[in-house]
Design a protein around this ligand. Sequence first.
Ligand code: GTP
Ligand code: MG
Length: 241
Amino acid sequence: DAVQGAVVFHKVSFAYEEGRNTLKEISFKAKPGETIAIIGPTGAGKTSLIQLLSRFYDTSEGTITLDGRDIRTIRRESLRSHMAFVLQDSFLFEGTIRDNIRYGKLDATDSQVEEAAKLANAHSFIMRLSGGYDRVLIADGSGISQGQRQLIAIARAILKDPAILVLDEATSSIDTVSEIKIQEGLKRLMEGRTSFVIAHRLNTIREADRILVLKEGCLVEQGPHEELLGKQGLYSDLYHG
Ligand code: GTP
Ligand code: MG
């Protein structure tokens, strides 16, 4: 059963602690392949929202559906097999680079691993490392740069080939060359997948099919860039600084 990647939030509320809603009646739709940018001040609920998608937590009220199916009726493992997460601090384990990428699809061949790394723009830096794909990483990833860690995480996600992608853009500064490589890799990764991006880069936000503007747990505005600018509300204020 192939997953198309249509996601609908219907009046979703969520509370970490009873009586204090962190997310309040959030409703929006993502069609298969769309890019949804999520923005808003710190503590607004951006991370909480994407955690509901993978059933890391379940909603307190309202429903989330994937291709029309309530995600609470889908086993967590099964749900997560259709998703890849590229987070600010993507998890690498102690093992070779090859195995770290292969974690996206455990039965992948060496050539599939390398193909994914090429699409992610990771291949050239890996080939320049002593040991190449057999280079052993230590768990905290030291020995390679933060940008290189992200390229490995992107390769892993490309190999997994999920219908849904969740991306938390880095805020920390990465050198320009790595940044360009990462953006190119991410572009390939996002193609044809429903993507939820906690966005910090103006380009990502402007190019998204829809922007969700969160404030104190409420979805205060949603729409594409031009439309939101026209509303002259919170988005317009944030955009014009
Ligand atoms: P930034 O990542 O800082 O930009 O914020 P965010 O928009 O991702 O906010 P997040 O979803 O992490 O938090 C929303 C609210 O939930 C904040 O008031 C947090 O303090 C609170 N919160 C986040 N995680 C937890 C948790 O594990 N337990 C409890 N009790 N509250 C939490
Ligand atoms: Mg967050």
